[in-house]
Design a protein around this ligand. Structure first.
Ligand SMILES: Nc1ncnc2c1ncn2[C@@H]1O[C@H](COP(=O)(O)OP(=O)(O)OP(=O)(O)O)[C@@H](O)[C@H]1O
Ligand SMILES: [Mg+2]
Length: 367
């Protein structure tokens, strides 16, 4: 699967834009605040319906405008198809594939698989549990529609349940609602927990060899799932924490409190260290890079095709060893890279198929 072209209107700082991409390596370069990341964001939105930054549609639409459009032409197995997105300030977005409207945004997921890599991703391990959950969720939602639906239902339920808990003092009659909500929380929550469990097992198979290579065989990296509660115990624990939840006015048990640990060993016989707490900055960043590189392999395996790789200003964050490793991994994957200068590519004798200069909401092709 590749992206052949992208068209934008009234999207962030682009009034009108059309870019034709190469199926190989595409570089977008330009000064700060010119609109490089905005292009990657547009591609991410057309793949996942959501912004990689978690921005709302009304923030993405150009200042002073009411709506924005994104059109991507994709190519798969020699056939082309067109994805149109219509973002509106106060309504949900409209999506059409080849002119046919689709009913649910989730029907789009999985058609175009992208891996987005930004400098902040190098802090996944250093940051808090919510960042790590966000990473796992973003990945799983692209791969598994049942997970996507369960997660969005589960998250909505937690918000609703918390609201009931907050208002319970004034509306004690609402306590019956909690019983209904708890039943549904268990239904969707256990899907989330079981899917995360399976995903982490698969991730370990892939991340280990990658991390070994990245560290010159010096480190063994393992990822462990730390569920707040097991799928089997969810119902029981939710019931047991009811009083505590009423007191705290929030849901204190469930997969929205999960975390993932990253353990590094020097060899198989040695105890590992939890690098969230004890890792050096370099160890944390390298493990984060291994995690992102695994994402590419996971998509390849699950979808039997290459994802499109979006690298947002990330190469300048890596030393030359890590850069080379990343660039070698890219191989024949379609890649769209942003950077402020071109030196790093020249230094790496890097093959550039298409070069674009981004200046204040305009993009010009330089080859
Ligand atoms: N909704 C919006 N409408 C219009 N312009 C916007 C909107 N949101 C962001 N912008 C503008 O987009 C520009 C930032 O674009 P972007 O983040 O793509 O820059 P960049 O080229 O990636 O810069 P850097 O190199 O600093 O990362 C800013 O000038 C910002 O004001
Ligand atoms: Mg940027």
């Amino acid at each position: 699967m590749i992206i052949k072209s992208l068209e934008l209107s009234d999207f962030r700082n682009y009034e009108n834009l059309k870019i034709d991409f190469s199926s190989g390596t595409n570089i977008l370069y330009g000064d700060n605040a010119q609109g490089k990341t905005n292009i990657l964001e547009a591609i991410f939105v057309s793949a996942t319906t959501k912004s990689h930054k978690g921005s709302k549609d009304k923030e993405i639409i150009s200042f002073g405008k009411e709506e924005a459009h994104i059109r991507t032409i994709l190519e798969k197995d020699n056939a082309e198809y067109r994805v149109d997105m219509h973002l509106r300030k106060s309504k949900t977005k409209g999506i059409a594939i080849d002119g046919q409207k689709i009913k649910k945004a989730s029907d789009l997921i999985g058609r175009l698989n992208v891996v987005f890599f930004s400098p902040e991703d190098l802090s996944i391990i250093k940051n808090g549990p919510s960042e790590r959950r966000r990473f796992m969720d973003m990945e799983l939602c692209q791969l598994d529609q049942i997970y996507l639906n369960s997660l969005s239902k589960y998250n909505k339920l937690v918000v609703e349940r918390n609201k009931v808990l907050k208002d319970l003092f004034e509306h004690p009659e609402n306590s019956v609602l909690l019983d209904v909500q708890d039943k549904q929380l268990c239904e969707y929550g256990s899907v989330i927990i079981k899917t995360r469990e399976k995903f982490i097992a698969e991730l370990n198979e892939i991340i280990r060899p990658i991390h070994k290579k990245l560290t010159g065989e010096k480190e063994i990296l393992s990822v462990y799932y730390e569920p707040n509660v097991s799928a089997e115990d969810l119902e029981k624990k939710l019931r047991a924490s009811r009083q505590k939840d009423i007191y705290a006015k929030q849901t204190t048990v469930g997969p929205h409190k999960d975390d993932f640990s990253f353990i590094i060993q020097k060899n198989e016989s040695e105890d590992g260290i939890d690098i969230r707490k004890y890792g050096s900055q370099g160890q944390q960043r390298t493990a984060s890079l291994s995690l992102k590189l695994s994402e590419i392999e996971i998509v390849k395996k699950a979808k039997k095709e290459n994802p499109v790789l979006l690298l947002d200003d990330v190469l300048s964050e890596l030393d030359s060893n890590r850069q080379n490793y990343l660039l070698n991994t890219i191989g024949n994957i379609q890649t769209i890279i942003t950077c402020t200068g071109l030196d790093e590519f020249v230094n790496n004798r890097f093959e550039i198929d298409k070069l674009f200069k981004v200046t204040d909401g305009t993009v010009s092709s330089e080859n």
